[in-house]
Design a protein. Structure first.
Length: 254
Protein backbone atom coordinates (compact mmCIF):
# COMPACT_ATOMS: atom_id res chain seq x y z
CA UNK A 1 0.00 0.00 0.00
CA UNK A 2 1.25 3.48 -0.88
CA UNK A 3 0.03 6.55 1.02
CA UNK A 4 0.20 9.95 -0.69
CA UNK A 5 1.26 12.40 2.02
CA UNK A 6 2.28 15.35 -0.13
CA UNK A 7 -0.32 17.59 1.47
CA UNK A 8 0.80 19.56 4.55
CA UNK A 9 0.12 17.60 7.72
CA UNK A 10 1.76 16.13 10.79
CA UNK A 11 1.68 12.57 12.07
CA UNK A 12 -0.61 12.03 15.04
CA UNK A 13 1.12 10.06 17.79
CA UNK A 14 -2.10 8.20 18.52
CA UNK A 15 -2.64 7.08 14.93
CA UNK A 16 -3.88 8.83 11.80
CA UNK A 17 -2.87 12.20 10.42
CA UNK A 18 -3.82 15.79 11.10
CA UNK A 19 -3.81 18.58 8.55
CA UNK A 20 -3.59 21.44 11.00
CA UNK A 21 -2.21 20.63 14.38
CA UNK A 22 0.76 20.11 16.63
CA UNK A 23 0.49 16.41 17.33
CA UNK A 24 3.72 15.08 18.82
CA UNK A 25 5.19 11.62 18.87
CA UNK A 26 8.26 9.70 19.95
CA UNK A 27 7.61 10.11 23.68
CA UNK A 28 6.45 6.56 24.35
CA UNK A 29 7.39 2.96 23.58
CA UNK A 30 3.75 2.13 23.01
CA UNK A 31 0.74 3.89 21.50
CA UNK A 32 -2.55 2.76 20.02
CA UNK A 33 -1.79 -0.90 20.70
CA UNK A 34 1.56 -0.79 18.88
CA UNK A 35 4.83 -1.25 20.77
CA UNK A 36 8.47 -0.65 19.86
CA UNK A 37 10.67 -3.58 20.95
CA UNK A 38 14.42 -2.96 20.45
CA UNK A 39 16.84 -5.89 20.43
CA UNK A 40 19.49 -3.80 22.18
CA UNK A 41 19.74 -0.28 23.58
CA UNK A 42 23.45 -0.07 24.49
CA UNK A 43 26.07 0.95 21.91
CA UNK A 44 29.79 1.77 21.73
CA UNK A 45 30.80 5.21 20.50
CA UNK A 46 32.38 5.37 17.06
CA UNK A 47 31.78 1.74 16.13
CA UNK A 48 29.22 0.49 13.60
CA UNK A 49 26.76 -1.83 15.32
CA UNK A 50 23.47 -3.37 14.28
CA UNK A 51 20.33 -1.62 15.51
CA UNK A 52 17.44 -4.09 15.36
CA UNK A 53 13.86 -3.76 16.56
CA UNK A 54 10.30 -4.90 15.98
CA UNK A 55 6.94 -3.20 16.09
CA UNK A 56 4.42 -5.49 17.79
CA UNK A 57 0.64 -5.35 17.69
CA UNK A 58 -1.94 -5.58 20.49
CA UNK A 59 -1.46 -9.36 20.77
CA UNK A 60 2.33 -9.16 20.87
CA UNK A 61 2.94 -10.48 17.35
CA UNK A 62 5.27 -8.42 15.12
CA UNK A 63 3.70 -6.19 12.49
CA UNK A 64 4.87 -7.18 9.01
CA UNK A 65 2.68 -4.97 6.79
CA UNK A 66 3.33 -1.25 6.37
CA UNK A 67 2.30 1.49 3.99
CA UNK A 68 4.94 3.19 1.86
CA UNK A 69 5.17 6.82 2.97
CA UNK A 70 7.51 9.03 0.94
CA UNK A 71 9.20 6.05 -0.69
CA UNK A 72 9.91 4.24 2.59
CA UNK A 73 8.10 1.86 4.93
CA UNK A 74 9.66 3.43 8.03
CA UNK A 75 11.63 6.57 8.85
CA UNK A 76 14.03 6.43 11.80
CA UNK A 77 15.47 9.42 13.64
CA UNK A 78 18.42 9.03 16.03
CA UNK A 79 19.49 12.08 18.05
CA UNK A 80 21.31 12.78 21.30
CA UNK A 81 19.24 14.28 24.08
CA UNK A 82 21.13 17.57 23.83
CA UNK A 83 19.75 17.74 20.22
CA UNK A 84 23.13 17.04 18.59
CA UNK A 85 24.14 14.08 16.42
CA UNK A 86 20.98 14.03 14.28
CA UNK A 87 20.57 11.10 11.85
CA UNK A 88 17.61 10.41 9.53
CA UNK A 89 17.81 6.73 8.57
CA UNK A 90 15.80 4.10 6.69
CA UNK A 91 16.22 0.55 8.03
CA UNK A 92 15.14 -2.52 6.11
CA UNK A 93 12.67 -5.16 7.31
CA UNK A 94 12.93 -8.94 7.08
CA UNK A 95 9.96 -11.22 6.50
CA UNK A 96 9.48 -11.83 10.25
CA UNK A 97 8.98 -8.11 10.94
CA UNK A 98 12.49 -7.37 12.26
CA UNK A 99 13.84 -3.97 11.27
CA UNK A 100 17.60 -3.46 11.10
CA UNK A 101 20.30 -1.02 10.09
CA UNK A 102 24.02 -0.58 10.78
CA UNK A 103 24.31 2.40 13.11
CA UNK A 104 27.37 4.40 14.10
CA UNK A 105 26.96 6.86 16.98
CA UNK A 106 29.97 9.14 17.21
CA UNK A 107 29.80 10.48 20.77
CA UNK A 108 28.84 9.09 24.20
CA UNK A 109 25.53 10.08 25.72
CA UNK A 110 21.86 9.21 25.88
CA UNK A 111 20.18 9.18 22.48
CA UNK A 112 16.59 8.90 21.36
CA UNK A 113 15.55 6.61 18.52
CA UNK A 114 12.22 7.61 16.98
CA UNK A 115 10.42 5.25 14.58
CA UNK A 116 7.91 6.99 12.29
CA UNK A 117 5.71 4.62 10.27
CA UNK A 118 2.24 3.72 9.04
CA UNK A 119 1.38 0.16 10.06
CA UNK A 120 -1.39 -1.78 8.37
CA UNK A 121 -3.47 -3.23 11.20
CA UNK A 122 -6.44 -5.26 10.08
CA UNK A 123 -6.05 -3.67 6.67
CA UNK A 124 -6.33 -0.18 8.19
CA UNK A 125 -3.39 2.29 8.00
CA UNK A 126 -2.32 3.53 11.43
CA UNK A 127 0.26 6.34 11.40
CA UNK A 128 2.28 6.11 14.60
CA UNK A 129 5.54 7.43 16.06
CA UNK A 130 7.25 5.50 18.85
CA UNK A 131 10.54 6.10 20.66
CA UNK A 132 13.04 4.72 23.15
CA UNK A 133 16.41 5.74 24.57
CA UNK A 134 19.79 4.36 23.48
CA UNK A 135 22.83 4.50 25.77
CA UNK A 136 26.36 5.11 24.49
CA UNK A 137 28.86 4.70 27.33
CA UNK A 138 31.70 7.15 27.88
CA UNK A 139 32.42 10.68 29.05
CA UNK A 140 29.40 12.76 28.15
CA UNK A 141 30.09 16.38 27.20
CA UNK A 142 26.84 18.19 26.35
CA UNK A 143 26.85 20.47 23.32
CA UNK A 144 25.11 23.82 23.84
CA UNK A 145 22.44 24.65 21.29
CA UNK A 146 23.48 27.18 18.65
CA UNK A 147 21.88 30.59 18.98
CA UNK A 148 18.68 31.18 17.01
CA UNK A 149 19.29 32.42 13.48
CA UNK A 150 17.43 32.52 10.19
CA UNK A 151 20.25 31.36 7.91
CA UNK A 152 22.88 28.63 8.16
CA UNK A 153 25.70 27.36 5.93
CA UNK A 154 25.51 23.70 4.94
CA UNK A 155 28.08 22.03 2.67
CA UNK A 156 28.74 25.29 0.82
CA UNK A 157 25.03 26.10 0.53
CA UNK A 158 23.21 28.96 2.24
CA UNK A 159 19.91 27.76 3.70
CA UNK A 160 17.37 30.06 5.28
CA UNK A 161 13.77 30.06 6.39
CA UNK A 162 10.91 32.53 6.50
CA UNK A 163 7.94 32.40 8.85
CA UNK A 164 7.43 32.08 12.59
CA UNK A 165 6.26 28.85 14.24
CA UNK A 166 3.35 29.31 16.63
CA UNK A 167 1.46 27.33 19.24
CA UNK A 168 -1.88 28.95 18.43
CA UNK A 169 -2.13 28.39 14.69
CA UNK A 170 -0.49 26.58 11.81
CA UNK A 171 1.91 28.92 10.03
CA UNK A 172 3.69 28.73 6.66
CA UNK A 173 7.44 28.10 6.81
CA UNK A 174 9.37 28.60 3.56
CA UNK A 175 12.86 27.15 3.10
CA UNK A 176 15.25 28.65 0.54
CA UNK A 177 18.57 27.25 -0.67
CA UNK A 178 21.30 29.24 -2.45
CA UNK A 179 24.60 28.14 -3.94
CA UNK A 180 28.09 29.56 -3.32
CA UNK A 181 27.41 32.25 -5.93
CA UNK A 182 24.31 33.35 -3.98
CA UNK A 183 21.96 32.31 -6.78
CA UNK A 184 19.01 30.04 -5.89
CA UNK A 185 19.89 26.36 -5.97
CA UNK A 186 17.60 23.82 -7.63
CA UNK A 187 15.97 21.77 -4.87
CA UNK A 188 15.25 18.25 -6.09
CA UNK A 189 12.62 15.75 -4.90
CA UNK A 190 13.89 13.57 -2.07
CA UNK A 191 11.87 10.60 -0.82
CA UNK A 192 8.77 11.71 -2.64
CA UNK A 193 8.84 15.36 -1.58
CA UNK A 194 10.91 18.53 -1.88
CA UNK A 195 12.18 18.07 1.64
CA UNK A 196 11.34 16.82 5.10
CA UNK A 197 11.10 18.92 8.27
CA UNK A 198 11.68 17.31 11.66
CA UNK A 199 11.10 19.47 14.74
CA UNK A 200 12.21 18.34 18.21
CA UNK A 201 11.47 20.06 21.52
CA UNK A 202 14.32 20.62 23.95
CA UNK A 203 13.84 18.73 27.20
CA UNK A 204 11.64 15.78 26.23
CA UNK A 205 12.40 15.51 22.46
CA UNK A 206 8.74 15.67 21.49
CA UNK A 207 8.73 15.03 17.75
CA UNK A 208 6.86 16.64 14.87
CA UNK A 209 7.51 15.52 11.27
CA UNK A 210 6.03 17.77 8.60
CA UNK A 211 5.85 17.19 4.85
CA UNK A 212 5.79 20.13 2.40
CA UNK A 213 3.38 21.21 -0.27
CA UNK A 214 3.68 19.22 -3.49
CA UNK A 215 5.02 22.17 -5.53
CA UNK A 216 7.76 24.69 -4.90
CA UNK A 217 6.73 28.28 -4.25
CA UNK A 218 9.07 30.62 -6.15
CA UNK A 219 11.75 27.96 -5.81
CA UNK A 220 11.18 27.61 -2.04
CA UNK A 221 9.95 24.60 -0.09
CA UNK A 222 6.74 25.44 1.77
CA UNK A 223 5.73 23.67 4.98
CA UNK A 224 2.82 24.30 7.33
CA UNK A 225 3.86 24.05 10.97
CA UNK A 226 2.53 24.53 14.46
CA UNK A 227 4.36 23.52 17.64
CA UNK A 228 2.79 21.95 20.73
CA UNK A 229 3.96 24.45 23.36
CA UNK A 230 6.17 27.40 24.10
CA UNK A 231 9.80 26.41 24.42
CA UNK A 232 13.05 25.87 22.54
CA UNK A 233 13.10 23.66 19.47
CA UNK A 234 15.58 22.36 16.93
CA UNK A 235 14.36 22.26 13.30
CA UNK A 236 16.04 19.86 10.86
CA UNK A 237 15.43 20.32 7.12
CA UNK A 238 16.50 17.38 4.94
CA UNK A 239 16.74 18.32 1.25
CA UNK A 240 18.49 17.34 -1.96
CA UNK A 241 20.57 19.48 -4.36
CA UNK A 242 22.70 18.09 -7.20
CA UNK A 243 21.88 14.53 -6.26
CA UNK A 244 23.23 14.96 -2.72
CA UNK A 245 21.16 14.99 0.47
CA UNK A 246 21.92 17.74 2.98
CA UNK A 247 20.55 18.67 6.40
CA UNK A 248 20.14 22.23 7.66
CA UNK A 249 19.35 22.85 11.33
CA UNK A 250 18.12 25.85 13.30
CA UNK A 251 17.39 26.64 16.93
CA UNK A 252 13.94 28.21 17.30
CA UNK A 253 12.49 29.76 20.45
CA UNK A 254 8.69 29.95 20.52
Amino acid sequence: MVVDENQPHTHNAGGGTMTMGAAVGGLSLSSGGLTLVPARTTFVAGQPQRLSFRITGPGGAPITSYAVVHDKLLHLIVIRRDLSGYQHLHPSMTADGTWGIDLTIAQPGIYRMIADFTALVGGRPVATTLGTDLTVAGDYVPVPLPAPTRAVAVDGLAVGYEGTPSTGSTQPILMSVAGPDHTPAVVEPYLGAYGHLVVLRQGDLAYVHVHPEASLVDGKVKFWLSVPSSGTYRMFFDFQVGGQVHTAAWTVVV
